[in-house]
Design a protein around this ligand. Structure first.
Ligand SMILES: [Zn+2]
Ligand SMILES: [Zn+2]
Length: 180
């Protein structure tokens, strides 16, 4: 048991940037996963799992591959990491670790009640399809053109000083609140 159970594992300590190579990215992901497993007392053997990057996956941020209910591989989506950054990827790693834990403990690969409980404890999302959810929407007040933004940028910081590329109308920024 941790002496400070409320405290979360500091993701910034493990941060990797988009210039990281795949082996570097996977090494950091495993280090971080080990720390999460230890911190929350999960039944997960990080070294016993295969860790891979998927460069083909588009819609999901990560996945656990299992055979007959035994988790074998944690697959992390490269494009998600590139678009959404380390913090979002760390959240995905926590999500996948909850899956591995529940598969090992209860043979449960669902997003059921136990998953929801643990997801709340580990501060991660319940829904796998997070990839499609941008952090912000920038919309044109005139023509309704909408741009999805995943990372902070000049356009996000300073939306009013830009104009719509289609019609020249004024742009509005809104934070995207994905439904739970
Ligand atoms: Zn899931
Ligand atoms: Zn417009």
């Amino acid at each position: 048991m941790s002496s400070e159970p409320e405290e979360e594992v500091d993701t910034t300590y493990y941060a990797v940037g988009p210039e990281a190579t795949v082996p570097e990215f996977l090494a950091v992901s495993k280090l971080y996963a080990r720390e999460v497993v230890r911190h929350y007392g999960l039944t997960v053997d990080v070294s016993g799992l295969d860790w891979e990057v998927s460069k083909r996956a588009k819609r999901r941020a990560g996945a656990v591959k299992h055979r007959d209910g035994t988790p074998e591989t944690v697959s992390l989506t490269w494009e998600f990491f590139q678009n959404c950054g380390w913090e979002a990827t760390a959240e995905t790693i926590r999500h996948e670790l909850v899956h591995v834990h529940l598969l090992n403990e209860e043979g449960d690969g669902s997003h059921g009640a136990r998953f929801e409980e643990l997801a709340a404890e580990l501060d991660t999302h319940v829904n796998c399809e997070r990839f499609a959810e941008p952090k912000w929407w920038i919309r044109c007040a005139s023509c309704g053109t909408a741009l999805a933004r995943y990372r902070r940028s000049k356009l996000v910081e300073n939306t009013e000083s830009y104009r719509c590329g289609s019609c020249g109308g004024s742009l509005r920024l809104s934070e995207n609140r994905p439904r739970e």
